[in-house]
Write a protein that binds this ligand. Structure first.
Ligand SMILES: Cc1cc2nc3c(=O)[nH]c(=O)nc-3n(C[C@H](O)[C@H](O)[C@H](O)COP(=O)(O)OP(=O)(O)OC[C@H]3O[C@@H](n4cnc5c(N)ncnc54)[C@H](O)[C@@H]3O)c2cc1C
Length: 400
């Protein structure tokens, strides 16, 4: 599959790009920008591939207009386990696979070719960072901005329950200056420091990549000397961090240090989508039980077909994505998955849904109820009858 990484066609006027499944967004964006367009939703990490984002769940600050990555897909060619290649669209004989592919994580087949929506861009993005000291006021203002619908990009960063920021981005033809967060300056730190900022569209799309949001702090990359002399401009970014994290989890280095310090730890890496009307309740729960800061927030707009994606069912309503990626360390021991399981239960109780790209602890019956169990079994029987690929529960929860 690795060789399937080219752009096949961009039709800026008709508003779509056709590309191979393994193309990383970094390359896809370069080619789209050269045609004056961008994929309607560009996940924040350069290394994520188009096919990976469609088979999982991808999101960004344009999601308030365009939904999740899979909401922007127009057609897919899927390679099945028996070697057949099927073209799937929302209206052809393989519409069931089209709607069952998102959140299937390569357990039904692999996306060879994807046709996805693109939108026109301007050269710059003007950012405004609005600060709030109460969640109630923050969510009210966010709702008002979404209703007004006059902003191209919306996301938020919560540094603490009384330090909440909303970032509104608008395309701009000109900019009085542009900031650079690809080396010495760190984007997330600029949020509370600046009320207004300008970035080129390219740098805006990758503003979170350089420091993996804020997670590069765990790799010392935010120390000025380490940043400059160990990492250097070229090595800062998701590609390097992914490699380091893989080595670390293989060698268990952090775990060994924690054991020496008498700490118990649980990795809490989750993206959860909560109905906007219940967002305040989730933040309150999060503050009391998890409290890993900062926290990323991103609205997802109602889109046609949202209810049809059988393995990632959403209602046709506003959701708010909460992203948090850190390690919860405690002096006392807890059962395996204690904090993640607490989150899973709360998300379900609030009518939300969580992504499956990291750790999950659902019992199988609950998982089936939440992620389209009956429909998934029918899809598996139809498109992967010989079980060439693992099942979704085995892959995403049991990690087989
Ligand atoms: C560390 C980390 C950070 C993330 N950060 C973000 C983020 O900032 N923004 C965001 O929107 N999402 C984020 N995600 C979620 C991400 O979009 C999904 O996990 C997506 O599936 C990753 O795609 P990938 O190309 O990196 O694939 P991989 O991580 O290589 O694979 C992910 C899964 O997708 C399957 N897969 C890969 N390619 C295909 C294909 N062509 N067809 C079918 N199945 C395929 C693989 O078998 C695997 O199960 C993150 C995930 C991780 C693990």
């Amino acid at each position: 599959m690795r060789e399937f990484r080219d752009v096949l066609h961009i039709d800026a006027a008709a508003g779509y790009v056709e590309a191979e499944g393994m193309i990383p967004y970094e390359s896809l964006v370069v080619e789209c920008l050269a045609h004056g367009v961008m994929p309607a939703v560009v996940p924040q990490l350069k290394t994520i591939t188009l096919g990976g984002a469609v088979s999982g769940v991808g999101i960004e600050s344009s999601s308030h207009r365009h939904g999740l990555v899979h909401d922007t897909v127009l057609a897919l060619d899927v390679l099945l386990g028996d070697g057949r290649i099927l073209t799937c669209t929302p209206a052809n004989e393989h519409a069931d696979l089209f709607f069952g592919f998102p959140n299937s994580y390569g357990t039904l087949g692999y996306a060879l070719r994807v046709e996805a929506k693109v939108i026109p861009v301007k050269p710059y993005v003007q950012l405004r960072h609005l600060g709030f000291d109460s969640p109630g006021e923050y969510f009210r203002e966010l709702g008002a901005r979404l209703d007004a619908g006059d902003t191209d990009f919306v996301d938020g960063t919560v540094f603490a329950p009384d330090r909440l920021y909303l970032t509104l981005g608008r395309f701009a033809e000109t900019a009085p200056y542009t900031s650079d967060y690809t080396f010495e300056h760190i984007y997330y730190r600029s949020i509370p420091e600046k009320r207004e900022d300008y970035l080129t569209i390219h740098d805006y799309l990758w503003r979170w990549d350089t420091d993996w949001f804020w997670c590069s702090k765990n790799l010392m990359a935010q120390n000025a000397l380490v940043r400059k002399f160990v990492f250097g401009r070229k090595r800062l970014g998701s590609r390097t961090y992914t490699k380091i994290m893989r080595w670390n989890s293989r060698l268990g280095l952090t775990k060994k240090v924690e054991r020496v310090l008498g700490l118990h730890s649980e990795s809490v890496i989750q993206d959860v989508d909560i109905p906007l009307a219940r967002a305040g309740e989730f933040l309150d729960f999060y503050q009391r039980n998890i409290a890993l800061w900062p926290l990323w927030i991103c609205p997802i707009g109602p889109v046609p077909h949202a209810e049809s994606f059988s393995l990632y069912p959403r209602k046709n309503q506003w959701y708010l994505n909460f992203g948090f990626w850190d390690v919860k360390r405690t002096r006392e021991a807890h059962e395996r998955g204690h904090f993640n399981r607490m989150i899973e239960k709360k998300v379900a109780a609030l009518g939300g849904i969580k992504s499956l790209y990291s750790d999950s602890y659902f019992p199988e019956d609950e998982f089936e109820r939440l992620y389209g169990g009956g429909t998934y079994r029918a899809l598996k029987a139809k498109y992967d009858p010989q079980g060439a690929f693992p099942g979704l529960y085995a892959k995403c929860v049991l990690r087989h």
